[in-house]
Each structure stands twice: as structure tokens, then as C-alpha cells.
Design a protein around this ligand. Structure first.
Ligand code: UDP
Ligand code: MG
Length: 327
């Protein structure tokens, strides 16, 4: 029952970040549980409640009471999916670790195939989406644009179509877990670590219940963060713009000096001056802003705060619980 401790060293850990998913959890555990029953590996399901504001935590506790493989971590507030995954990696004990979404867009039935490929020797196995039909046009388009820009600005090569649904070997999980940075664009980090990897094709189904937590604005910020943490090209770009502007400016300056020397002063020219001033001024502000954005990120990293804070856990030897409070 609720306080039976799952076997100390599982073969397989499943990490599920959960944010406001109470409605979908019973279906998730039913399907995931059935898959794990058939797998014949000692497994644990680590759910990270990423500061949900609905009944998710209670639903998770109820699920754990019915299935001792389920272990729970509740973060003290919403930290975002990538950090929630990291919180799961810190707790996962398996020799292989699967990360999947809670909304059944990552069908658990794919896990046995991941495991088979892992046994064949792959260190990282990911699901590759064969279509994005479920996504809106805007999301498909912006995602394509993002990956194209990312490819040009960074040296990291992300396999196209690969998402967050994947299995990683213990060795890969250890590297991911120990990365100290706060800006955790997991898809980029997966590509950064290397190792032998391969994909399994799948056609992502629609979300079963609830709605996506990634609004267009949140996705945009996510994209900017991802680019900034994997590329310094924008920082140097202002230098190139400066260089590009400097040569014609110099030529123009010489031309004006020579012309003034030979033909005297002529007043007209307000338009060209104002255009040059505004253009250069705005480029300068833009690059200052860019510097600020990177400096802000350096500041965030340098503060060295913990990545996340666990407020409660259930199913681990060193559980954190709220102590009873007398009135
Ligand atoms: N999620 C999370 N923290 C967040 C947002 C989402 O842990 O701040 C979880 C969510 O519960 C789900 C997964 O991350 O299990 C993917 O979220 P979602 O389905 O909203 O994203 P999408 O499928 O639209 O990319
Ligand atoms: Mg989803």
C-alpha cells in the first residue's frame, strides 16, 4: 500500500513532468502501468508535480496508493518542464530512464521498443514524429522557423522531428543531471551530450484531456532562451553590422570632406543626416539590448541558486513531508 517502498535499484525509471493534469492521470497510469507489467523489468514511475494549481498532487497521491511503483516529487512552484525533467533525473535510479509527457501525447506503448533498441546498444532512443497534423498552422510554421534559425546559429545538430519523448542510458542521464546551467533547453542538451542515438518513428496523438501549457508567447520566450543558451552569434552580429556600416561611412565621410573643400558648404542634407542618425541609433540600442539579454543570463547563472526546490516527496527513502502543525 501507500508506504511500501519500491525495489531500491530499478532497471527502468519513467520520469513524467506533470503540470495541471489531474483529469488525465488515471488514463495515463492505466496505460503506462499495463505496458510496464508486460515489460518484466523492475520499474519506477517518477512524477514531478511542477507546481500544479489544480488537484494534481492529490490525484498523484491516490495513484501511488494503488501502485507502489509510483514515486512522487512536488516542486515548490512552477519551474517549467525542462527543470521538472531535471528534478526527475536527480531522483531516477534506473539503468535506463524514459522521459515522457503526462498528456498521453507520448504513447507509453512505444516504451518496449525504446528498451529493445537500448538493449541493442543505443544510449539514447527518441521518438521521431512523422507528422505534426495535430498542431496548429502557426505552431508548425514557427517551429520550423525556429529549427532553421537554430541550425544556422549553433553547432548543435538536433535530429529533425525528435521530441522530448525518449529513453536515455544511465551514463547519459548522469551527464544531463549534472549540467549546472539554469537555461535548460533539453532538446539542445540531448544533442550536446552526444553518445550513440537513434529514433523510433511515431505519429503523435492529440492531447487527451486539459490543454497545452505552452502559449505562443511562452513558446517564443522558450525559443529565445534556447537560442541564447546555444549560440553567441547574436553577440558578435553587432560587430559585423558595425564593420559593414563603417566602410561605406568612411567613404562617404571622405567624399563630403573633399566636396566641402572644393565646393564650399551647402545646407540641404537634413534628410540623409536624420536617416543616418536614426538608423545607427536604433542599431546601437538593439545591440545594447542584446548585450543586456546575454548579461542577464550570465547573472542568472552566476547567482548559482538551486535549479528547483522540492516541497514534498513520496516513495523515496528520504521523503520530505509537511510536519503536522498544532493549532
Ligand atoms: N509541463 C510541466 N511544466 C510546465 C508545463 C508543462 O511539467 O510548466 C508538463 C505537462 O504536464 C506535460 C508536458 O510538460 O506533461 C508537456 O506539456 P504540454 O502538453 O502542455 O506541451 P505540448 O505538448 O503542447 O508541447
Ligand atoms: Mg502535450
Amino acid at each position: 500500500m501507500s508506504d511500501t517502498v519500491a525495489p531500491p535499484i530499478p532497471d527502468l525509471s519513467i520520469i513524467v513532468p506533470v503540470f495541471n493534469e489531474s483529469a488525465g492521470l488515471p488514463a495515463l497510469f492505466a496505460r503506462l502501468g499495463a505496458v510496464l507489467d508486460r515489460l518484466e523489468m523492475r520499474s519506477e514511475i517518477i512524477c514531478i508535480d511542477d507546481g500544479s494549481r489544480d488537484a494534481t498532487w492529490d490525484a498523484l497521491l491516490a495513484a501511488r496508493a494503488a501502485d507502489a511503483r509510483i514515486r512522487l516529487v512536488r516542486l515548490s512552484r512552477n519551474f517549467g518542464k525542462d527543470i521538472a525533467l531535471t528534478a526527475g533525473l536527480r531522483r531516477a535510479g534506473g539503468r535506463a530512464i524514459v522521459m515522457m509527457d503526462a498528456d498521453l501525447q507520448h504513447p507509453p506503448e512505444l516504451i518496449p521498443e525504446f528498451v529493445a533498441r537500448w538493449r541493442e546498444g543505443l544510449d539514447m532512443v527518441y521518438a521521431v514524429r512523422t507528422s505534426r497534423d495535430g498542431d496548429s498552422f502557426l505552431r508548425r510554421w514557427s517551429s520550423r522557423a525556429f529549427y532553421r534559425v537554430f541550425r544556422h546559429l549553433s553547432d548543435i545538430r538536433m535530429p529533425p522531428g525528435a521530441g522530448d519523448f525518449r529513453l536515455v542510458d544511465r551514463r547519459v542521464a548522469d551527464v544531463l543531471r549534472d549540467m549546472p546551467e539554469r537555461a535548460r533547453f533539453m532538446k539542445g542538451l540531448y544533442a550536446w551530450v552526444g553518445f550513440r542515438h537513434g529514433g523510433v518513428p511515431f505519429d503523435p496523438p492529440d492531447r487527451q484531456t486539459g490543454k497545452t501549457s505552452f502559449s505562443p508567447l511562452r513558446l517564443f520566450r522558450f525559443a529565445v532562451d534556447a537560442l541564447a543558451s546555444f549560440s553567441t552569434v547574436p553577440l558578435v552580429a553587432s560587430g559585423y553590422i558595425g564593420l559593414f556600416m563603417a566602410v561605406p561611412s568612411l567613404v562617404l565621410a571622405i567624399f563630403f570632406i573633399v566636396r566641402t573643400l572644393f565646393y564650399g558648404v551647402d545646407v540641404p542634407g537634413y534628410a540623409s543626416v536624420i536617416v543616418a542618425v536614426l538608423l545607427l541609433g536604433s542599431i546601437q540600442l538593439l545591440t545594447l539590448g542584446l548585450f543586456g539579454a546575454y548579461l542577464g543570463r550570465v547573472f542568472e547563472e552566476v547567482k548559482g541558486r538551486p535549479l528547483f526546490v522540492e516541497s514534498d516527496t513520496a516513495g523515496f527513502p528520504d521523503d520530505r513531508k509537511q510536519t503536522p502543525r498544532d493549532a
